[in-house]
Design a protein around this ligand. Structure first.
Ligand SMILES: C[S@@+](CC[C@H](N)C(=O)[O-])C[C@H]1O[C@@H](n2cnc3c(N)ncnc32)[C@H](O)[C@@H]1O
Length: 202
């Protein structure tokens, strides 16, 4: 990759991302944050893949990331927001308590803005998100149900999706109407980031 989502970020932001990668590598020996097979490719497969969401979102507002796992994309986005003077408030929802401990440690050690809710998404009171993201969590139909509960009516959802995204999009039409843009992924030519707004149940 010559140009990518990290091409124009500052040295300080790269330092923070490197510190986050070091935390993932350290914790991954005891908790499965990312697959061992993907560790050697962590920058492209996980960090750039997460970072590409940042430019697609407004510069301010409440950003909710569901099923945050090892902090992808949420911790990467909080680092970029801090580095670019963005003013987001991040909420990370992750039901696994060990992963939540990792997320809280990352927020503290990297001096980021963000809170972690260690509960199942379905049991959390509506969060009123301006931006909602979720990576590798569920199919699009399920994610749109989460949006109905946690995203403001005028909010924006950002979902990185694999090569099956067109099928998920077609199936979701059975239950939902929405406007969507598919932005080609920087890290996988068959994948896309779906930017979704105006979500209504049909
Ligand atoms: C496949 S992992 C993806 C993690 C991360 N977003 C990534 O891209 O690497 C899905 C994560 O969502 C969490 N999760 C799954 N269902 C959930 C639910 N209903 N409520 C909260 N967290 C959930 C799991 O514990 C897991 O950490």
């Amino acid at each position: 990759m010559t140009q990518n989502a990290l091409s124009n970020v500052s040295r300080e932001t790269i330092d923070q991302l490197e510190a986050f990668v070091a935390l993932i590598e350290k914790w991954n020996s005891t908790i499965n944050l990312i697959s061992k097979a993907s560790l050697p490719h962590i920058w492209r497969r996980h960090i750039v893949d997460s970072a590409q969401l940042f430019e697609l979102a407004p510069r301010t507002g409440h950003w909710v990331d569901l099923g945050s796992g090892g902090g992808l994309p949420a911790i990467v986005l909080a680092i970029l927001s801090k580095g670019t003077g963005g003013s987001h408030q991040f909420t990370l929802v992750e039901s696994d308590h060990r992963k939540s401990a990792f997320l809280r440690t990352s927020i503290r050690e990297l001096d980021l803005q963000g809170r972690v809710i260690s509960e199942r998404i379905e049991g959390v009171a509506p969060l009123g998100a301006d931006v909602l993201s979720a990576r590798a969590l569920a199919d699009l139909t399920t994610l749109l149900g989460f949006c109905a509960h946690h995203l403001k009516p005028e909010g924006t959802a950002l979902f990185p999706k694999g090569q099956n995204w067109k099928n998920e999009h077609a199936k979701a039409q059975d239950n939902w109407s929405y406007t969507s843009h598919a932005i080609k992924s920087e890290t996988d030519p068959a994948a896309a980031v779906l930017k979704i707004q105006d979500i209504k149940r049909v």
